[in-house]
Every structure is written in C-alpha cells, then in structure tokens.
Ligand binder design. Structure first.
Ligand code: E4P
Length: 217
C-alpha cells in the first residue's frame, strides 16, 4: 500500500520523506488554512520535495471554473494531482482534465456508486473518507471493501485512496482490504511504529545491559 501524507506542513512531510515513507501528499483547503501559507507557494515547495503525486484541491463549484482552476494548479509542477469534489460538475471537470492527461483525485466520496461514477469519468484516484463515515457510526471500511470489489469486478484502474484516516487501525484495515493508497496525517503514520510491548521489552533489555557494565562503543 502506498502512503500519502495528508498535510501541508512541509517540515512534517520532509521528516517522513527522508525515511522513504512518502509516496505522495494530499492537501485540501482546510489543510492550506492550517499551514498559514500561500497555496501556490507551499504546494510548489511540497512538489519539489516529493517525487509522487501531490493533490491540490480546486474551490470552484461549476465545471468550467473547476477546469480553469485545475489547469492553473497543474501548472505548479508536473506531479500535481488536481483534486475535485465528487459532484456532477466535479465529474465533468474530471473527464475534461483526465482527457488532457492530468492526474485527478476525486475527493469527498461517501458511497460506492459515487466511486463507480468517478472511475467511469477517468479519475486517477478516488478518495473515500473513512473517518467522517465512522463519525456518523457508519463503517467506513465497508465502503473501501465495496469499492475494491466493484473496481476489481470490472478492471477499473482508478486507485483507491483511503482518506480521512484517523487511527493506526484504519491503516491496517485499509492495507488488509487492498486499498491502493492510504493518506494519513503524519502523526498517524508515526504512531504505526508504537507498541507497548516494544517499549517494555526495550526497557528490560537496557536495564539488563546496564548491569553487565559493558559498552559497545
Ligand atoms: C483527503 O484527501 C482529505 O484531505 C483528508 O483525508 C480529510 O480528512 P479529515 O476527514 O480528517 O479532514
């Protein structure tokens, strides 16, 4: 499973990128607000840092304006993925922009039918939002499973990008189901390294080592 980082925090992306953990980045208007940076400036910086796709989201709601914004965002760098909301206008813009050879991430997907439409409109990525469904007491992972089945039934090449990931369990479940990509905040990716038995075991080894009175260096 590919890891995308869901943030516009350049330092956090750089730390994970140095470890080879970053296959791409996703941003959205809320994350740009959180960064306090200019969208073009910060997106360019991220694109220079990361080799993989970097999603930058349009804010227009009519297809023509979405297409114009998408073309402008795509000028920032070659690895820009234009992020479009899953609305009828968003699907129209998706078809036009993918026909032009641009990568498109269709976002705010909450149903398997929406995902089917995005695939037919040529989306490069579909972003089902797991955490926001879980917030409504709906199992977001079932949606990932349904989309996986539908895409595999018909051989759609649109990649399933599990989004709105909130926990390390979401990461494991997305990987088990076979999501192509998971996008998660840097903190969730780092938490994947944690285990209480690792901490306990390490403390015991270090305590025993001290008793030997030896040194390695
Ligand atoms: C995905 O591309 C979105 O930016 C993101 O995953 C949304 O997550 P949230 O529901 O935690 O805001």
């Amino acid at each position: 499973m590919k890891f995308f980082v869901d943030t516009a925090d350049v330092a956090a992306i750089a730390e994970l990128n140095d470890l080879g953990m970053v296959d791409g980045v996703t941003t959205n208007p809320s994350l740009i607000l959180k960064s306090g940076r200019d969208i073009t400036e910060v997106t360019k910086e991220i694109c220079d840092l990361v080799d993989g796709p970097v999603s930058a989201e349009v804010v227009a709601t009519q297809a023509d304006a979405m297409i114009a914004e998408g073309r402008k965002l795509a000028e920032i760098a070659e690895n820009i993925t234009v992020k479009l909301p899953l609305t009828w206008d968003g699907l129209k813009a998706c078809k036009t922009l993918t026909d032009e050879g641009k990568m498109v991430n269709v976002t705010l997907c909450f149903s398997a039918n929406q995902a089917l439409l995005a695939a037919k409109a040529g989306a490069s990525f579909i972003s089902p939002f797991i955490g926001r469904l879980d917030d409504l007491n709906v199992d977001g992972m079932e949606l990932i499973e349904d989309i996986r089945t539908i895409y595999d039934n018909y051989g759609y090449e649109t990649e399933i990008l599990a989004a709105s990931i909130r926990t390390v369990n979401h990461m494991k479940e997305a990987a088990l189901i076979g999501a192509d990509v998971a996008t998660a905040p840097p903190g969730v990716i780092k938490q994947m390294a944690n285990h209480v038995l690792t901490d306990k075991g390490l403390a015991a080894f270090l305590s025993d080592w001290e008793k030997t009175g030896q040194k390695i260096l």
